[in-house]
Design a protein around this ligand. Structure first.
Ligand code: OFO
Length: 169
């Protein structure tokens, strides 16, 4: 049976992963309204990934005999109406999620749950990848600046991203 404090931390993180999905869905709406299909696709995949992260923890908590407590998901706020500003927010959000995963690991460490720490290693690696991907996109967007042709080329590139169901844990 999972420790109650760790169970609470997992439930909180499930909610945060679902919020991430909801935030990226709101960003997808923004790009739909700009008719930038590649960015729409990118955020659609991002949404699917976040839901997979949430469900990975959902399934794990269930496997460990924990109680899953589904909570209210906050309304997502897209803070900028500029593409660069939106990606700045994505990076800031991912850095926040990384800090929350680290905090979840701290709880697993505190209650000496080695199995949970082992499971959470997947999320640690995933966050490194997520931050690197978004950082790379931000660097490209900075290079592009006001060049609309280059932006359309990047949009075209982003159409190729596909969702691959991750094997978590
Ligand atoms: Fe779930 O990794 Fe992004 O937020």
């Amino acid at each position: 049976m999972i420790n109650a404090k760790l169970e609470e931390a997992f439930n909180d993180q499930i909610n945060k992963e679902m919020y991430s999905a909801y935030l990226y869905l709101a960003m997808k709406v923004y790009f739909q309204e700009c008719n930038l299909e590649g960015f729409v696709n990118w955020f659609g995949v991002q949404y699917q990934e976040e839901m997979a992260h949430a469900m990975g923890m959902f399934d794990y908590l269930s496997e460990r005999g924990g109680h899953i407590d589904l909570r209210t998901i906050d309304e997502p706020e897209v803070k900028s109406s500029e593409i660069l500003g939106i990606f700045d927010q994505v990076l800031e959000h991912e850095e926040y999620v990384t800090s929350r995963i680290n905090a979840l690991c701290d709880v697993a460490d505190e209650v000496k749950d080695r199995a949970a720490l082992n499971f959470l290693n997947w999320y640690i690696k995933e966050q490194v990848e997520e931050e690197a991907n978004v950082g790379g996109l931000l660097a490209k967007l900075r290079l592009i600046g006001e060049d609309k042709k280059a932006l359309l080329m990047l949009d075209n590139e982003l159409k190729a991203r596909t969702f691959v169901q991750p094997v978590i844990g």
